[in-house]
Design a protein around this ligand. Structure first.
Ligand code: ASP
Length: 357
């Protein structure tokens, strides 16, 4: 894939406060209505810069890198996550921070995947986007973009970045990326993080919630991971799910892991056939990861009889992880090519603050 680079020099006579690399992947933020149709399609990012002349007033240096073909994030792929992680890794020494402009639909998946791929991150990686295209008068794109840049450039008294993890900034809130979920497709408050506090709230001032922000690790060096294994899937439970649906998912050839979206605190039917299917799948070597359909609260296997059996047959508890963080974690964990016990240990452990223990 080829990239187009545009460099924006700040107009301020002072030396730039920070240097930020903006990676534009597409999404509504940079879309326009097709001339004939009613569909939104991505357009060239150079025109986006014209639409936000305010960024030239920020006292830091911004470099834009744009995917040759900006995408609607519904077309996002693990190969692009690896590519973005690779760009950040290659440019890590060159820039103080990174902002990724991304569609909202799969932003929580991308943020989660990047959090696993970039180990020992010591610089901010902030994803943002918009619910309305930047050319529309009422667009939320300007505020989201400019505040994301401000957060990416923010440092403490020691000169270290305040944020040194992968985050999503949207509609005045900064969220840990692998804790965020898209909750809204119409209103501006597109993301929430039910199980983890906001890392910052942006009003007149940007107020950081320091106790919850991953601490800056002096001396740690970034480690890039590039393998994601796509042999994973979801199995969402519902009352009345039939055996052939469950077995056809669990018997997919080459499948290594399944995120089972359970009820409430990690509960599932106790029908013999259901538990037999799960047990047989585990015996065949499949890893099953229990994640709740509820946005808030956590999986506690054994709290109810309807989850006790899952624990007994060896289903791994996902605690309070989101479905987005769980499926991408499985891709990452299987990408390590370790053994089954390591997979289970990694899935039960918070790797990048994605779950509570
Ligand atoms: N379909 C768009 C996307 O995810 C929605 C958005 O950007 O808000 O790319």
């Amino acid at each position: 894939m080829e990239y187009k680079k545009v460099h924006i020099n700040p107009v301020s006579p002072e030396p730039p406060r920070a240097s930020v690399l903006v990676i534009y992947t597409g999404g509504t933020l940079g879309m326009v209505f097709e001339t004939k149709g009613r569909q939104l399609v991505p357009f060239d990012f150079e025109q986006v810069i014209e639409k936000v002349p305010e960024i030239r007033r920020l006292d830091f240096e911004i470099t834009f890198l744009t995917l040759t073909e900006p995408i609607d994030s519904s077309n996002m792929k693990p190969a692009i996550w690896v590519e973005i992680a690779q760009i950040i890794y290659n440019q890590y020494a060159e820039f103080d921070s990174f902002v990724i402009l991304h569609g909202t639909d799969t932003m929580a998946y991308t943020a989660s995947a990047l959090s696993y791929l970039l180990e020992n991150l010591n610089k901010p990686v902030i994803l943002t986007g918009a619910q309305l295209p930047i050319g529309v008068a009422r667009s939320d794109a300007r505020e989201n973009f400019i505040t994301a840049l401000e957060i990416a450039a923010a440092t403490n008294e020691q000169g270290h970045p305040i944020i040194s993890e992968v985050c999503i900034y949207f509609n005045s809130v900064l969220l840990r990326g692998n804790r965020a979920k898209k909750q809204e497709s119409s209103d501006f408050n597109a993301f929430h993080s039910q199980n983890y506090p906001h890392l910052a709230n942006a009003g007149v001032r940007i107020e950081y919630n320091h106790p919850y922000i991953a601490p800056y690790q002096p001396g740690s060096s970034l480690r890039l991971h590039t393998k994601l294994d796509r042999n994973v899937t979801f199995l969402k439970l519902f009352p009345g799910i039939c055996r052939k649906v469950v077995s056809s998912i669990l018997e997919i050839e080459g499948l290594k892991g399944v995120v089972i979206e359970t009820f409430g605190a990690g509960n599932a039917p106790t029908d013999h056939w259901f538990l037999d299917e799960l047990r047989m799948a585990i015996e065949r070597g499949l890893i099953l990861y229990n994640v709740s359909q509820c946005d808030g609260g956590r999986v506690t296997q054994g709290q109810y009889q309807t989850s006790k059996y899952l624990k007994q047959i060896g289903v791994v508890s996902g605690s309070d992880i989101t479905a987005e963080a769980a499926i991408t974690k499985m891709m990452y964990v299987f990408g390590t090519e370790l053994d089954s016990q390591h997979y289970r240990d990694l899935l039960s452990t918070p790797l990048r603050g994605e779950m509570s223990i």
